[in-house]
Design a protein around this ligand. Sequence first.
Ligand code: GDP
Length: 299
Amino acid sequence: QDRLFGGLKRTSERLSENLGGLFSGGKLDNATLDRIEDALIVSDLGPAMAARIRSRLADEKLDTPGDETALRALIADEIEKVLAPVAKPLDIVAFPRPQVILVVGVNGSGKTTTIAKLAHNFVEQDYGVMLAAGDTFRAAAIGQLKIWADRIGVPIVTGPEGGDAAGLVYDAVKRATAEGIDVLIVDTAGRLHNKRELMDELAKIKRVLGRLNAASPHDVVLVLDATTGQNALTQIETFRELAGITGLVMTKLDGTARGGVLVAAAEKFGLPVHAIGVGETIDDLRPFDPRQLADAIAG
Ligand code: GDP
């Protein structure tokens, strides 16, 4: 909790800076309302949210226009309204087992770390977990995931660098099924500079999974780096087209001033948000709690 509030401090500070002075007494005339709306947009909260807050401020004729607390409460309230419908933890529900979670995202987004954190969370809930190193393109990704798997104490299926990812995933599902594994988390390549190739590869993995079990992959989770700000929105669009994503995890919310983009993403796409990353260690994946986040962002 402290970590979350500490982590989002820069996001809320940036919002405060942008709003600075705009709400310090005086009338909320149209010019001031315009400037508040702009301030909310440059704080990454998105144009729709900014427009709504503006119109509520205009309508409600706050008794004390100089009261920044009232403004923050109103912002927190609007943020929570947008976040509440998308809060959805990743539950293990698949029958027959295993549930297959395909994890996608650009290199550097925090994919490997997020897989490790998710695996750790599932192990803590007593589920049998297996990893598949499906990013066969990067030797470093395979090595890194193996290190995490060993540390957490879960089995991992790896193949040679440059090997066929879909074939590896096929082997992993066979092995997971034979071993009675509950959840198989599959890493995938993230080399977006070759979009066509990546799309073909993800499609092939999904085809192979679908042939083994029509409901698989059960989840296609996009990992997004909050520090990329508005780029995160473009990535959602791209991966929706590339991989048909079913939910999001946003990482690196600790220490970035761009955390508002989470709100913009929720508003624009309405995709489930499963969890958020607030640090580099295994315990730094947090449930997505709309109230807490709204308070942390609004400050
Ligand atoms: P990948 O290339 O997408 O697999 O990314 P990695 O999982 O290797 O992560 C890239 C870098 O981001 C690493 O240095 C991670 O430790 C770091 N990282 C991942 N998630 C978080 C997070 O939530 N907060 C912070 N501060 N760093 C993170």
